[in-house]
Design a protein around this ligand. Sequence first.
Ligand code: GDD
Ligand code: MG
Length: 194
Amino acid sequence: MSSLRVKNIKKTVLSDNYYTLFKFNFDYQKSDGSWVKPMREVYERGHGAGILLYNTKKQTVILIKQFRFPTFVHDNKDGFLVEIPAGLLDQDNPEQCIIRETEEEVGIRLKSVKKVYEGYSSPGVLTEKMHFFVAEYSDDMKVSEGGGIASENEDIEVLEIPFTEAIDMLNSGKIEDTRTIVLLQYAQIHNLLN
Ligand SMILES: Nc1nc2c(ncn2[C@@H]2O[C@H](COP(=O)(O)OP(=O)(O)O[C@H]3O[C@H](CO)[C@@H](O)[C@H](O)[C@@H]3O)[C@@H](O)[C@H]2O)c(=O)[nH]1
Ligand SMILES: [Mg+2]
């Protein structure tokens, strides 16, 4: 974190409950050379990884459905969102994380994954960077029903659906998670299931 156009950074903790919300005051030099004093609230909750699981033989993908409270209090009527399996890195590297999360959430034990993108989730407010993966799965990789970790109150429905149905859901606005949109479009652009 260094830039000749930023100085006098002052960091305050606003909330340190489950994750951490900071307030930053700093001096910022604009493109015209003048200095301003912005304030930014920054939410720090680590980084994440997500994956699109696909099967070329069956022409299917695996998505999950779970309750997302922040969407419920906004405009998502029942609060459920269709998403790619994903999770927070915790102490893992991105590859280890997504292999662990895939098994926890959908019960598929992967040996290898392919990294396709890395990007900030919401750069105006979150420090979080997402690592995007794809992997081919087969039925013999199934080791459990998945569903998430009960002790963490995870309650995940596993959806194995035709890729064409997932694309229809994307185009009709039924998929509203941007990470899922990104990877379904990646699959389309790169003819992943061909
Ligand atoms: N007690 C408590 N638990 C929480 C809270 N917030 C999250 N958790 C717990 O933290 C765990 C997070 O589960 P993960 O599977 O690791 O993460 P995720 O919620 O699926 O997040 C993924 O998607 C997010 C949304 O796009 C991403 O932001 C994130 O990086 C990751 O990819 C869940 O068990 C959830 O219960 C909280 O405020 N309080
Ligand atoms: Mg998750």
